[in-house]
Ligand binder design. Structure first.
Ligand SMILES: NC(=O)c1ccc[n+]([C@@H]2O[C@H](COP(=O)([O-])OP(=O)(O)OC[C@H]3O[C@@H](n4cnc5c(N)ncnc54)[C@H](O)[C@@H]3O)[C@@H](O)[C@H]2O)c1
Length: 218
């Protein structure tokens, strides 16, 4: 590996850290609501049951330094975390497939709080094309390339039937989409420069069922 690449790799924040940081953020926000002005990693640790040293290590990736004994200033920590996680500037996205899941995502106002704004959606169903859902316009999939010229978008949300997941992904990438949030169970293939995030609501169900059974046996 070249030293430039090695350098880049060392700047890369580990995925587990990126998954934990939003938890810290939510918790620090709660502590703020309770009137706290300063928060230490030990305090966060008690709330969410993660080792304080792990929290301090995760926060070392973020540009903030705590003060000995008092900890981090709550308002600053919230602002820095939101900025670091990309929640402060809205990332615009297109959504493909306005079915039961796609429609629910168009209705979810929570996405905006996490920095994602779905500005338009695409479908082929004539009863959907030309309508709006929660104020978001639905266009025909064939109009995607033209809409790429009109909107400043580089993220695609994929909620189409599994059979066409790859086809629509290719179509999105050819049209200029740089990151795909894939909700389909299909392991889509993309060029190396394209970011893919696979998400499943069902992924943790088996774990929950297993733990539930385990507790019932005890
Ligand atoms: N990740 C998760 O947790 C999760 C949860 C539910 C569903 N899913 C997956 O999400 C996908 C959608 O599920 P659903 O239940 O909403 O299905 P659905 O059948 O309700 O919706 C699919 C939509 O895609 C549209 N579509 C078909 N061809 C299209 C095209 N060429 N371009 C754009 N849109 C097109 C259909 O008209 C329909 O509106 C499936 O792949 C499903 O497996 C994932």
């Amino acid at each position: 590996m070249s030293s430039l690449l090695q350098n880049r790799e060392s700047l890369r924040v580990p995925e587990p850290t990126l998954r934990r940081l939003p938890w810290y953020l939510s918790n620090v926000k709660l502590l703020k609501q309770k009137g706290e002005r300063f928060v230490s990693s030990t305090q966060i640790s008690k709330e969410i049951n993660i080792d304080a040293s792990q929290i301090a290590k995760d926060l070392s990736y973020v540009n903030i330094s705590g003060r000995t004994r008092v900890g981090y200033e709550v308002d600053t920590l919230i602002a820095v975390l939101e900025d670091f996680l990309g929640f402060t500037n809205l990332h615009k996205a297109f959504l493909f497939g306005v079915g039961s899941l796609g429609g629910a995502l168009l209705h979810d106002s929570g996405l905006r709080h996490f920095g994602l704004e779905i500005v338009a959606a695409f479908d082929v169903n004539p009863s959907l094309v030309g309508t709006k859902l929660n104020g978001i316009p639905i266009f025909h999939t064939d109009d995607f390339r033209q809409k790429m010229q009109e909107y400043d978008v580089n993220i695609g949300v994929l909620t189409v039937p599994i059979e066409i997941a790859q086809q629509i992904t290719d179509y999105m990438v050819e049209g200029g989409i740089k990151a795909v949030w894939n909700f389909t169970p299909f392991r889509i293939r993309v060029p190396e420069s394209i970011v893919v995030q696979n998400t499943s609501l069902y992924a943790h169900l088996a774990v929950m069922f297993n733990r539930l059974n385990f507790n019932e046996i005890k």
